[in-house]
Design a protein around this ligand. Structure first.
Ligand code: ZN
Length: 838
């Protein structure tokens, strides 16, 4: 299993039907896609007053004659005030009142009955504005399909004006079993209660996106049925490709292979197969016909047998790497693919040994190993109607990947070059305007003024070059200049920022060995040079230690690579950084040795779900031996090493379904002095009992925090105790038993780091505003979710969110996370201004 680390998934509030538990937290994650795939069958039943959605795709233009008409279309759910039509900034819009003051509603919510076919588009787009998002815990959009829903989260980011929201189908989670994208019957908009004050959401111009796009990305959803273990990869690698397309400014639709029947590709010129381990015959047939009719295809790694013939290439067998770094880069033969970078980094672990067919196709690029030697294995093949890559597209070397993908697409459909270049020049032009508009020269620290001016001037010159090269049709050269100008603007923006002395500036580091490719010494020096003050390295899990532990099983790598706390700490001392050792509590993430797990299982120390199913990844928090193990391991760190702090993570239950093991029953019954007749059903049936249960569960977690804190302070009084916590305490204290406001009140923790992993600055600000209240006197260093954002090097957003923490007076922040990419692409840019050393 993949490591899960800090809570990285975006979380949304569940769209529970009436009668079910008030607010469930749902994790929007890849796994949920496994439940999506029952696709539309049969015809649509007639429904009242559907919004017609012709091609061209206006879903709702909000042109309602009066309130009655608007409220008939957008039906307010119980207790929510009705929507009112209005003209805002010359746009037809609806005002949606979020009436939280003096009401008991969980959310303000409106349902719009529709009859939508979203099978051949990218997603949905609309515009919103909300002057004050602080009363709202989160905004959600749900699309009903059959008995289930597609669900996602959004947030207005611009307080003064409109925010355009684009929701991609592929980013939506599911609830229940939706009946497919062809059968959307309701659009539900919800604003979840965060505070007891009123606000208003204004919405306008709702359309579909990506219909009639030239590019159709075929998502291999049949894998859920035919190759379930591949489904996670299908989701991941499809997204890698669509992210590139988005960044290139190319329009596309995403079509499920289950929906790919004749007619679906009528507007398509290029089909992309990002990772399709299986494919229904009908879909392969449709693509074959499409190719016969002059269509083009770009494919990665696998494709159905008949398509190999159609594109004039020969499939091969699986080729594993001979050693780590055997497949390290893709090198294009001279002029084999116009506009492709000569070398593209990609660390693949295996490939498909596909070969060209004489007179039909040829090798365009070859795999080289990490020492720069050719492996002679083809990396990219090209024929008249297809460009094929022998592995999936990975995220490494993102800038070159993007260019390679454009060169591949542009070779097959030349007009895509023009589209991408124009989009790129336009994007840089906007960025230039924005940078110039926002920067006040007088506010730039004096020593940064000249570098700022020089960098900006170079970027402007690059933009001018890009624009003229584009006019001349020299697209590859134009895009190179545009990208250089873009980087220059970002750097100029960073140079225009002011540092604030005295801040706690930390990075979580998920790898116990530091960012790959760097020693701890190099890694810590990078942070220190750029003004950071602390690192929070993940050195232990519930059943694994990356140091010489006498309490936890020691990871085998320690023998070979050394005691990681000792190495990290030595570097921290050398460069003056604080080291707060991060433990993943309770959770083993499949990393603990088998003997250890067997023993815990035998002793009844692992969690059991409400359903009765054992949950082998989680230790039962109420078991006294587990309490002792967790406490002792953290006290050991604080005793054996001169660390600045210890840091709790996963200091909670997985959700409402844990833990219902026999031991929990016994201990709970003993605490409340009552025997429960029907375990565990009564705990949910009886409201009074449920209240006691939730209290008891919370207490199991709090007890560990209190005991550990006390023992650590006794062992090393200077050692500070902190925790990574969920963002919405008010709800999470029930959902996951995490009562961190109480920990602050009682002084068990010295600071908290709520994981506010949203790319939306407004939402981030609302979260932090609530959290500083909950934390009270205890410092709150909010978690900035850089590595969870769509763009994991978005320095502009990092700067925005740091300013939010400054406005709200937190005097510090914690960024997730310190890895090879952030170490090389983000940390140095922070050091130019926002965190510059004094
Ligand atoms: Zn238990």
């Amino acid at each position: 299993m993949k490591t899960i680390g800090l809570e990285r998934s975006r979380r949304i509030l569940g769209n529970s039907a009436a009668g079910s538990p008030a607010r469930r937290a749902t994790v929007l994650g890849i796994g949920l896609w496994l439940a999506v795939l029952v696709m539309a069958t049969g015809a649509m039943a007639g429904e009242p007053a559907p919004a017609a959605a012709p091609a061209g795709a206006i879903v709702d233009n909000f042109d309602y004659a009066d309130a009655a008409a608007a409220q008939a279309a957008w039906r307010a759910m119980g207790g929510t005030a009705g929507a009112v039509p209005a003209e805002v900034d010359g746009q037809k819009a609806l005002r949606m009142p979020c009436n939280f003051r003096g009401t008991k509603i969980d959310r303000a919510s409106w349902d719009r009955p529709v009859q939508l076919d979203m099978t051949a588009c990218r997603g949905m787009r609309f515009r919103v504005r909300c002057r004050d998002t602080s009363p709202v815990a989160g905004f959600s959009l749900y699309l009903q399909s059959g008995d289930g829903w597609y669900a996602t989260h959004f947030a207005p980011t611009d307080r003064e004006g409109w925010t355009t929201i684009t929701l991609d189908k592929e980013d939506m989670g599911t609830e229940g079993r939706p009946a497919g994208w062809g059968r959307i019957s309701t659009i539900r908009l919800s604003a979840w209660r965060g505070q007891n004050t009123d606000t208003e959401l204004v919405i306008a111009g709702m359309t579909l996106v990506g219909q009639q796009a030239a590019i159709a990305v075929v998502r291999g959803e049949s894998a859920a049925r035919d190759a379930p273990r591949e489904m996670e990869s299908v989701v991941q690698y499809t997204r890698t490709v669509t992210t590139c397309l988005k960044e290139l400014g190319l329009d596309y639709s995403v079509v499920s292979d289950l929906d790919l029947v004749a007619g679906r590709l009528k507007d398509t010129r290029l089909v992309i197969l990002p990772h399709n381990p299986s494919m229904p015959d009908a879909a392969a047939e449709t693509i074959a016909r499409f190719l016969e009719g002059g269509g083009k295809m770009m494919a990665f790694y696998g494709m159905p047998g008949r398509l190999w013939q159609a594109v004039g290439m020969q499939s091969g067998t699986h080729v594993p790497q001979k050693f780590d770094g055997y497949f390290a880069s893709i090198r294009f033969q001279d002029a084999a693919l116009a506009g492709a970078p000569p070398v593209v980094g990609q660390r693949s672990w295996n490939i498909r040994g596909a070969r060209p067919v004489e007179a039909r196709s040829r090798v365009a690029a070859v795999w080289f190993d990490k020492d720069g030697k050719s492996t002679d294995w083809p990396a990219v093949l090209a024929s008249d109607n297809c460009i094929y890559m022998t592995h999936v597209l990975l995220q490494d070397d993102a800038a070159h990947k993007r260019r390679m993908l454009l060169a591949m697409a542009g070779r097959l459909v030349p007009d895509l070059w023009r589209q991408a270049v124009e989009a790129s020049v336009e994007r840089v032009r906007r960025a230039e305007k924005e940078t110039t508009g926002k920067v006040r020269d007088a506010e730039i620290p004096p020593r940064q003024v000249q570098p700022f001016r020089d960098t900006l001037a170079r970027a402007r010159a690059g933009l001018a070059d890009a624009a003229s090269l584009s006019k001349e049709g020299k697209y590859p050269e134009a895009i190179e200049q545009a990208e250089k100008a873009q980087r220059g603007l970002a750097e100029a923006w960073c140079l225009a920022q002011r540092s604030q002395p005295g801040e706690h500036r930390a990075f979580w580091c998920h790898s116990a060995f530091g960012p790959p490719g760097m020693t701890w010494d190099e890694a810590i020096k990078t942070l220190a040079d750029n003004g950071f003050t602390a690192i929070v390295p993940n050195m232990c899990w519930a059943g694994t230690a990356f140091y010489e532990s006498k309490v936890l099983p020691v990871a085998p790598e320690v023998k070979e690579k050394g005691d990681q706390i000792a190495l990290c700490l030595a570097a921290c001392r050398k460069y003056g950084l604080q080291c707060h050792v991060w433990k993943v509590n309770w959770n083993t993430a499949g990393r603990a040795p088998k003997e250890f797990m067997d023993r815990l299982r035998e002793e009844g120390r692992l969690q059991v779900r409400f359903s009765g199913k054992p949950d082998d990844h989680w230790l039962c928090p109420s078991h006294p031996e587990n309490q002792k193990l967790e406490r002792d391991s953290m006290v050991e760190v604080a005793t054996a090493y001169d660390v600045d702090g210890i840091h709790f993570d996963y200091i909670r239950y997985p959700d409402r379904d844990g833990c219902f093991c026999p031991g929990c029953r016994e201990r709970f019954e003993e605490t409340i002095g009552v025997r429960i007749a029907n375990w565990p059903a009564d705990v949910r049936r009886d409201a009074a009992l449920e209240t006691k249960w939730l209290d008891w569960r919370r207490d199991s977690i709090t007890r560990l925090v209190a005991a550990t804190s006390e023992a650590v302070r006794k062992a090393r009084p200077k050692c500070r105790v902190s925790a990574a916590v969920f963002s919405n305490w008010a709800v999470d204290r029930d959902n996951v038993g995490q009562d961190w406001k109480l920990w602050c009140e009682r002084g068990y923790v010295d600071f908290v780091c709520p994981m506010d992993y949203t790319p939306y600055n407004g939402e981030f600000e609302s979260m932090v505003a609530r959290q500083v209240q909950w934390a009270g006197k205890v410092p709150c260093y909010p978690g900035i979710g850089l590595s969870t954002w769509p763009s994991q090097t978005d320095i502009g957003k990092v700067i925005d969110q740091i300013y939010v923490t400054r406005r709200l007076g937190t005097r510090g922040f914690t960024i997730f996370e310190f890895n090879a990419t952030t170490a090389s692409e983000v940390v140095p840019l922070c050091g130019k201004g926002i965190t510059a050393k004094e």
